[in-house]
Every structure is written in structure tokens, then in C-alpha cells.
Design a protein around this ligand. Structure first.
Ligand SMILES: [Zn+2]
Length: 462
């Protein structure tokens, strides 16, 4: 039995791990590398072994875990992709959307002739995405699925986004003994606004553990209070509150918090406009899974998550019309880091008004427009134009869908599990090291940090 970390190691994107059991090869996740050009360049590398991979076990739909699957299909993969029903539904919209962006980027590069490649090609097309979606096999949670003579898998609820799972892979080694490897994927936590907390960790001989927040803590102040304070500040002076938010997860969190704040009378009942085609589709999937998905009971009791003044916008014409609205309102749009999408136009239009405000609701990495705003930049450059920053800039940072290190340690302590080895992945160096130290000191577990390309021969352990 061998594991090879091909991504999500020494960084937080491009999650992909190869599991070899005898002559069989499997992949756990096949995500897109995101970030700088050196990272993105990795997406273009062919995967010569693609046709020999028997199956992919997909933890969740986020693009940094699923976003290279159409490319895997292009490289010759024709096996099955096992995941939860909700993950399959979300991949249908996210992979098509990702393919569309790659096609548009390539078309733009050709028009402007700035690509080194002539002509510039998309990383993959909507047709590739459609083909790979045919290979998906949704499976229920907590029900073992036989993959081969030697391998079976079981999904457990991970509490991170709709459909997210940690995956138990039971493999028979050469001697016929069963060994269990658990892949955490991305883990959530108990403070998630809409989703139930992760299931307890199941028994595991080996654990592959994410460390995105291995070195950081989320604030414990309820995000609702902070969001209410900022919305009131903007709405009471008759301003427009622009909330850039990711389509899957964060948008639904914000809509629900706004509903609660309005219902309890904390903020005025102003119009709420959602302007993002992808967010609309994500809402529709959320609605489909409202009764059957891992939604918190108190949320389900509310019947739905939407403020009753919500208007979902579809066309570009409607989106432009929003620019002329001067009355107070809450305008939610994607993307969450202002690096693309319709929100860019709304920010351009509103950032110059003293009475308006921009409420950032997620982590803003270095180099993004969102980060520049948080750092207090006085002039924002967008679409080659300069805009003086006059609007209020606020940040609500308690909405992360990732467990922080206290959540992870608590989750592990609550289980009665003693893996022989923990392989830490999906984190920056500092966070991974910090988590390793805590695992060793608090749990007395053997832990190691998986490097990019590193192989682990698991038969050598116990
Ligand atoms: Zn994720």
C-alpha cells in the first residue's frame, strides 16, 4: 500500500493523492491549483497514468479538490468517481462554470494576443466537464461501498460544505490484512451557520489530515452580531451594503443571517438583491437538499433560509439596472475576493460613495482586491481605472467553513481512535508544523508533514 501526494501538500490548493493497493491505483480528490502563475502552471502537466487509475474518491465539490477532473478525463481516465449525492449536484454547476471561465480566458487571451501559446487553449472545455460528469457515482453516507476485491470506501459527514465528506478507505494488503486509511478532506466545525457538525472520526490505521487553519484560530464572537452591526451602520445612513461572497456556502450563510437579523428586528427590512448566476444555482441545490442534507435542525425549523425581501437577479441587463438604485439595500454578489464576477462592477460603482459600504465576509489572500481594501488602500484599480475608496470597508471573519486547530484537536480527542501515523496535508508550512506539534504534544500521536511528491509505504507501519 502506497500513498503519493501530488497536490494539496506544501500548499492549500490542487488536492490530489494517489493510493496504490497492489496493482490497483486510486485518486483521492483531483483539484485545481490556484494562486500565482507557478502554481497554475502545474495544472497543465499531463498525468500519463490517468488511464490506469481505477477510480477517484472525491471528498467535496470545491474546485481546489475537484477542479482538474475534466482534465483527468482528457488525459484518458475512464473510471468511476465516487462521492456524495450533494457533491455530485454541486460539481455539475461548479465544473461547468470553471470550464466556461477557462474557455473565456483563452478567448480573451487570443483576442488580446498576450498568450505565449498560439492559439491559447482552455485548460478544459465545457464538453470535457460534461464528459467527466458522466463518470460520477453518488453513494450514500455511512454505507460501505465495494470498489474492488481489495478496497471498499465509506463516506462520513465532514461539516465543511454541502455534501462534504471524510472518506474511510479499507484496503487489503498482500497478506490479506485489512488496513484503514481515513482522508479528512476539508473539515468543518460546530459553529457553521447552516451545517451540522462533522461526524465523529471513525477507526483508522492511518489518517491524512488537512491543516488549512493548523496555525490559526477563528474568532468565537457570533458572526451574526458583527454582520448586524456593520449592516446597521450602512443602512441607517441610507447607504447600500455590498457583500462579496462565494456562491457555494458563504452566500447561503449570509442570506440566512440577514433573514434572522430582519426577523428579530435588528436591521431594517430593506431589499436584498442577489446578483450571481452561480449563487442562484447553488441556492437551488441548497433548497433541493434542505430536508435530506446535513442541515442544522434549528435552521430546518425555519422552513427556508431566505429573507422575504430577496430578489434574485439573472440577466446582465438587470444587473446593470441595480447600479442606478439609490435607496438602502443589501447587495450580495460573487466572487468573494473581488477577483472576478459581477461583484467587481458593483464595487466599482459603490466604492466611491461615502454613504455605501463593502462588507467582506471571507478570508482575503495577499494580492486580491479584497485584501487591498482591508489594508486601507486609498485608490482601487479595477479594469484599468482608478477609483477613490470613500465607502466604509468592513470585515466579518467568523464565517470560515474550515475547522481551526482547536476544532481539529477537539474532533480528534472526542474520538477513541489511535492511528499509527497522521500525514498532514492541505496547509501552508507554518500551519502544518503547528498542527503537528499539537498532535504530538496533546494526543501523543506520530505525525508527519506530507511534502509535494512524497511517497509513504504504509505496509512498513505496524
Ligand atoms: Zn473545501
Amino acid at each position: 500500500m502506497k500513498l503519493t501526494f501530488l497536490g494539496g501538500a506544501g500548499g492549500v490548493t490542487g488536492s490530489k493523492t494517489v493510493l496504490e493497493v497492489g496493482k490497483e491505483s486510486y485518486l483521492i480528490d483531483y483539484g485545481l491549483f490556484q494562486g500565482g502563475s507557478a502554481e497554475r502552471e502545474r495544472n497543465w502537466r499531463d498525468f500519463p497514468g490517468a488511464s490506469r487509475i481505477s477510480a477517484v474518491f472525491l471528498t467535496h465539490a470545491h474546485i481546489d479538490h475537484s477542479g482538474l477532473l475534466p482534465r483527468l478525463w482528457k488525459d484518458g481516465f475512464r473510471g468511476k468517481i465516487y462521492c456524495s449525492e450533494e457533491t455530485y449536484k454541486l460539481c455539475q454547476i461548479l465544473l461547468s462554470d470553471s470550464a466556461k471561465i477557462h474557455e473565456e480566458d483563452a478567448a480573451y487571451a487570443n483576442k488580446k494576443q498576450y498568450s505565449r501559446h498560439k492559439p491559447a487553449l482552455p485548460l478544459y472545455t465545457q464538453e470535457d466537464a460534461k464528459e467527466v460528469l458522466e463518470l460520477f457515482v453518488p453513494v450514500p453516507f455511512e454505507t460501505p461501498t465495494r470498489i474492488s476485491e481489495k478496497v471498499n470506501i465509506t463516506l462520513y459527514w465532514a461539516g465543511h460544505i454541502l455534501g462534504s465528506s471524510f472518506i474511510r478507505v479499507a484496503c487489503k494488503n498482500e497478506a490479506g490484512e485489512e488496513k484503514v486509511i481515513v482522508f479528512s478532506g476539508d473539515l468543518g466545525h460546530k459553529r457553521n451557520i447552516l451545517l451540522a457538525p462533522p461526524a465523529p472520526l471513525c477507526e483508522a490505521d492511518f489518517l491524512v489530515l488537512e491543516s488549512t487553519y493548523g496555525g490559526r484560530l477563528h474568532p468565537r464572537i457570533p458572526a451574526k452580531e458583527v454582520l448586524g452591526l456593520y449592516l446597521n451602520t450602512i443602512l441607517r445612513r441610507s447607504g447600500v451594503a455590498v457583500v462579496p461572497a462565494f456562491s457555494v456556502g458563504r452566500t447561503q450563510d449570509v442570506l440566512y443571517l440577514v433573514k434572522l437579523l430582519m426577523d428579530e428586528g435588528t436591521i431594517p427590512r430593506v431589499p436584498v438583491i442577489l446578483d450571481s448566476p452561480l449563487s442562484r444555482k447553488a441556492n437551488a441545490i441548497f433548497n433541493e437538499c434542505f430536508q435530506t442534507g446535513h442541515i442544522k435542525e434549528d435552521v430546518r425549523k425555519q422552513g427556508n433560509i431566505y429573507p422575504n425581501t430577496l430578489r434574485e437577479i439573472e440577466t446582465v441587463i438587470e444587473s446593470r439596472q441595480v447600479n442606478s438604485i439609490k435607496e438602502p439595500m443589501i447587495l450580495i454578489s460573487a466572487s468573494g475576493m473581488l477577483d472576478g464576477g459581477r461583484v467587481v462592477h458593483h464595487v466599482k460603482n459603490r466604492v466611491v460613495n461615502k454613504s455605501d459600504g463593502i462588507i467582506l465576509v471571507g478570508y482575503q489572500p495577499e494580492g486580491t482586491k479584497g485584501r487591498l481594501l482591508l489594508d486601507g488602500i486609498s485608490t482601487l484599480r479595477m479594469h484599468k481605472e482608478e477609483f477613490p475608496v470613500k465607502a466604509s470597508i468592513f470585515h466579518v471573519n467568523g464565517l470560515s467553513a474550515h475547522a481551526d486547530y482547536l476544532d481539529i484537536i477537539e474532533w480528534l480527542q472526542e474520538s477513541d481512535v489511535h492511528p499509527k501515523l497522521v500525514m498532514i496535508n492541505h496547509g501552508e508550512e507554518q500551519g502544518a508544523k503547528h498542527l503537528k506539534t499539537l498532535l504530538e504534544s496533546q494526543l501523543d500521536w506520530e505525525a508527519t508533514i506530507a511534502d509535494f511528491g512524497e511517497e509513504f509505504h504504509l505496509d512498513h507501519f505496524g
